[in-house]
Design a protein around this ligand. Structure first.
Ligand code: AMP
Length: 218
């Protein structure tokens, strides 16, 4: 079992690589962004509370996301956890460390995916996903073969995130540099940090991540 964090700005490819690891290695993806969007779609009280904050591109409170993660980590699971979009602040990183220790688990690697801002804007503004299977597409670089129809599962439920626009992205990026980027130093100092070039092809980035995981585990 191996537990990793994928760390990087919005659009770095964390979700795409997490999905690959789920498919290839049977790991469990824990994305706080997905959990929050599910809560919004289900219309829960918490979902209503975070909707505005999320659409602006700000971070929701530490308390909410730590609570969400706490519910999911009830023990060791399968091949291990991929934390995707969590932690995003130093208090969240401390809370995750304590939580893993309490559950008898450890963090094996923090993989920083580095991508420059200009590439992030281009990636985010054309992004859409299949609501049924989660496949990620892009207007310019990875369109569906048939407009509006998922290549993988045939669904026509294509979705664009409300916060995938240039204004929200600017705020999300600044939130990342102010509150999340300090985690790079935090994990580097612990000897847990590995950095990959997130600009490469999906499979090349995936191979690099696999190499890091294999070196850290077992
Ligand atoms: P993501 O799907 O990871 O890009 O997250 C989308 C939005 O959900 C973020 O812009 C935040 O508003 C919120 N969010 C997700 N994860 C966290 C987190 N760990 N801490 C605070 N806010 C979060």
């Amino acid at each position: 079992m191996i537990n990793i964090i994928l760390l990087g700005p919005p659009g770095a490819g964390k979700g795409t690589q997490a999905r690959k690891l789920v498919d290839d290695r049977g790991m469990v993806q824990l994305s706080t962004g997905d959990m929050l969007r599910e809560a919004m779609a289900a219309g829960t009280e918490m979902g209503r509370r975070v909707a505005d904050v999320m659409s602006r591109g700000e971070l929701v409170t530490d308390e909410i996301v730590i609570g969400l993660i706490e519910e999911k980590i009830t023990g060791g699971q399968g091949a291990g956890f991929i934390f995707d979009g969590f932690p995003r602040t130093l208090p969240q990183a401390d809370a995750l460390g304590e939580l893993l220790t309490r559950r008898g688990l450890r963090l094996d690697a923090v993989i920083e995916m580095r991508v420059d801002d200009a590439a992030l804007v281009a990636r985010i503004t054309g992004r859409f996903t299949c609501g049924a299977c989660g496949e990620v597409y892009h207007d310019a670089t990875h369109p569906t073969a048939k407009p509006g129809v998922c290549d993988v599962c045939g669904s026509t439920d294509m979705r664009r995130r409300a916060d995938d626009n240039e204004d929200s992205l600017k705020l999300r990026l600044m939130e990342y540099y102010k509150k999340t980027a300090p985690l790079i130093g935090y994990y580097y100092a612990r000897g847990d940090l590995f950095t990959v070039d997130g600009l490469g092809e999906i499979d090349a980035v995936g191979a690099e991540i696999t190499r890091i995981i294999d070196a850290r585990c077992c």
